[in-house]
Design a protein around this ligand. Structure first.
Ligand code: KG4
Ligand code: ZN
Length: 350
């Protein structure tokens, strides 16, 4: 009887240091996470230098914690996976160097994982979702609509032409006085607020040539203007903050829905085999967004799935699992692999 192989996954591309042990049957043997959020609070955002140093500082302890929790030693690990990019280069270098050093000393394979692919593939640990499927990837650094045809065969249908969606949440939340990261704070504040209180732009709503792409900079600027004008009249009472948060969240969700509707229509005509729509990345933790997407996809007879919120934001489990997907395909990486601050998922549709 062959025992399932075990991969140690390391995530260090932004402000979460994540380490996890996952086996090839999809069992999460352990999951250790250190969030640097408090360390970056004073700067109201992630400071790359500080993030890299914090990853270095916490990695050893987290690896030990993950092994202890799983009751395993390093010798039981069959391969070492780390985020190879895209992300903040200092942090990525820390994780990649650490994983390579372990791989070299243990004489086990090294797997360089694309962080975005890991967000996308996360769902396959939880549900038997076969290729091809559609994905809306929404995180602090990215916003993309994808047709995932295979592990290394991803078609980019659309992407943001300026800001990422999480960035829009974070920057607007800051204007309302919320700490970083702002997405969860906006979601909470929006409950009970009037989503029609503010009218915000709907990017490309009437442009038939731009079907799948996003833009959030105009929305962000309009929101900033509205807040500034309002603040000239005195401080916000909580109910008004709630209205502003609800209006922003609604405008963002509408923008995501309209592009995704086009993608569903495209899929219906081009790849009828598609019957899953996956939402992935940190912003997918938003419950309001999730329920609206469930409604949308139902219209097309497609099942909408998203990981539980704790696996939507950055973590080591997704890196270990993407490592397993690569390992199963025999896609090992050399110890010469160089971290890739930019690492596109695939070609953009023409
Ligand atoms: O995927 P992630 O953890 O890191 C990146 O790879 O960027 O995403 C972080 C982003 C942040 O912008 C954060 O504000 C947003 O995800 N986020 C949310 C929620 N939880 C996290 N946005 C909206 N609603 C949420 N509940
Ligand atoms: Zn991420």
């Amino acid at each position: 009887l062959k025992t399932p192989r075990i991969v140690l996954g390391i995530e260090t591309s932004c402000d979460e240091t994540g380490v996890a042990l996952v086996d090839e049957e999809g069992r999460v043997l352990s999951h250790a996470l250190y969030s640097q959020v408090d360390e970056h609070q004073a700067y109201k955002g992630v400071v790359p230098e500080n993030a890299a140093r914090a990853h270095l500082h916490h990695l050893d302890v987290l690896v030990k914690q993950a092994l202890d929790e799983a009751n395993l030693s390093l010798c039981d690990v069959d391969a070492l996976a780390a985020t190879g990019g895209p992300g903040l280069i200092g942090g990525v270098m820390v994780g990649v160097t650490y994983a390579k050093a372990l791989a070299f000393s243990l004489q086990k394979p090294f797997l360089a994982v694309n962080h975005l692919a890991a967000h996308v593939l996360m769902i396959r640990l939880l549900h038997p979702v076969a290729f091809p499927f559609l994905t809306l990837l929404v995180s602090g650094g990215h916003c993309q609509l994808l047709c995932v045809r295979g592990l290394e065969d991803i078609l980019v249908l659309g992407e943001t032409l300026d800001d990422a969606v999480g960035e829009c949440f974070d920057k607007c939340a800051r204007l309302l006085g919320f700490p970083y990261p702002g997405g969860p704070a906006i979601e909470k504040a929006a409950i009970g607020g009037n989503p029609q209180a503010l009218s915000l732009p709907r990017p490309f709503a009437r442009d038939p040539h731009i079907q799948f792409d996003f833009s959030f900079s105009g929305m962000k600027a309009a929101f900033r203007r509205a807040v500034e004008i309002r603040l000239d009249q005195g401080p916000f009472p909580p109910s008004e903050i709630s209205d502003y948060a609800a209006s922003l969240q609604e405008a963002i969700i509408q923008a995501l829905l309209s592009r995704s509707r086009h993608a569903l229509e495209w899929a219906q005509q081009t790849i009828p085999a598609i019957n899953h729509f996956i939402i992935a990345g940190g912003v997918a933790a938003n419950q309001a967004l999730r329920s609206r997407f469930e409604q949308l996809t139902k219209e097309y007879g497609v099942t909408c799935l998203a990981p539980p919120p704790s696996l939507c934001t950055d973590n080591g489990v997704m890196i270990a699992w993407a490592g397993i997907e690569k390992l199963k395909k025999g896609q090992l990486d050399s110890l010469d692999f160089k971290p890739r601050p930019r690492w596109p998922l695939g070609e953009k549709i023409r």
